[in-house]
Design a protein around this ligand. Structure first.
Ligand code: 13P
Ligand code: SF4
Length: 335
């Protein structure tokens, strides 16, 4: 697609304003401009929206996304959108979630990018667990495949795990696949939890030692953790929640210095939205989330490959939808 020199210059200026703080040069933005222009053109032409997780790179989040958020918020947007095409710029399980609740829409993912949690458990594993724990309720974190979602009673996200588990009718709940999130939930719920052995390779890497060393340097910093972190890290935190809840706490807390214990993309967003606050300490990169490039998004919107188009066998989709609908129902209970 050809664009005039003036159009390219204007788009370069827009991108530079949004991305300069992330060390994109004018030349970088000039190189990206024809790509983002074509993406915007295709979005309009095809009535498509781009939902991007906060862990995506700045050029995606601030250059082409229509909405940025956490798994729960983006699932809700996917549920309510009028767009004909949903492009989910994130790992595969989030795109699958959008397709499960929107069977008639085209749902695209830029790359078939996995996730250490979603890849740690299969539908067959859940069927075996069902036999071992016939009286238990089964809750799957949203970071699971469509096949796994089809085998459980309800899904949850980091924004509602406690509420969903607590509202299960059974006394015993099998929680999968995140071992660390399960351990963090244990003291917060009245249920007997049986926990699967998966971990997020990004959050499990964050150590209490690392947090202590930042605390020594910044004793007044408020610590905000994701519930996929190790329990000893979560115990050190002033607040624990989903990425969107972390951002909300960051925005409304009176402190000036913060340690955000999650993937680097959230800190980028937090800093952009609140330049008056200081984020101290290191962050960690998710190799799965960071696989996605603008060029993958362009290709998916223009001429998607079969790998970029989410297809789920109807029998699995319907059962997975029940688990997601149960999550939405329990999430809104007593509200
Ligand atoms: P959130 O739903 O909190 O954004 O978490 C998704 C995720 O993959 C965290 O690692
Ligand atoms: Fe999966 Fe962890 Fe990456 Fe989130 S941060 S997508 S849980 S590997």
């Amino acid at each position: 697609m050809e664009f005039s020199g003036n159009t390219i210059r204007q788009e370069t200026g827009r991108l530079f304003k949004a991305l300069e703080e992330f060390e994109y040069s004018w030349e970088d933005c000039e190189r990206l401009a024809p790509v983002t222009l074509e993406i915007h053109h295709l979005k309009r032409e095809k009535n498509a929206i781009i939902l991007a997780h906060s862990y995506q790179t700045p050029d995606i989040k601030f250059g082409v996304a229509d909405s940025i958020g956490d798994s729960y918020g983006l699932s809700l947007e996917a549920k309510e959108t009028n767009a004909d095409i949903i492009l989910f710029s994130s790992v595969l399980f989030m795109g699958e979630t959008a397709k499960i609740i929107n069977p008639t829409k085209t749902v695209l993912v830029p790359c078939q990018s996995g996730c250490s949690l979603a890849d740690s458990v299969t539908a067959e594993d859940v069927r075996k667990l069902r036999k071992a724990y016939p009286n238990a309720g089964f809750v799957a974190y949203i970071n699971t495949s469509a096949e796994v979602k089809a085998e459980v009673d309800a899904c949850c996200t980091s924004a509602n795990a406690q509420k969903i588990v607590e509202n299960m009718p059974q006394k015993e709940v099998v929680f999968l696949p995140d071992k660390l999130m399960g351990e963090n939930l244990r003291p917060l719920v009245s249920k007997k939890l049986i926990i699967w052995d998966g971990t997020c390779i990004v959050h499990e890497e964050i150590s209490a030692l690392e947090v202590k060393s930042v605390q020594e340097e910044y004793p007044n910093a408020s610590i905000i953790a994701h519930p996929e972190c190790q329990p000893e890290v979560v115990q050190m935190a002033n607040f624990t929640g989903s990425t969107e809840e972390m951002l909300h706490f960051f925005a409304s807390a009176p402190e000036k210095e913060f340690l955000l214990l999650t993937e680097c993309g959230l800190a980028e967003r937090a800093q952009k939205e609140h330049p008056e606050k200081k984020i101290v300490g290191t962050c960690h990169l998710c190799p799965y989330m960071k696989k996605i490039r603008l060029q993958h998004i362009l290709k998916a919107l223009k001429n998607p490959s079969s790998n970029q188009m989410i297809q789920i066998p109807e029998e699995i989709r319907k059962r997975a939808q029940k688990s997601l609908e149960e999550m939405f129902r329990l999430h809104n209970k007593d509200e």
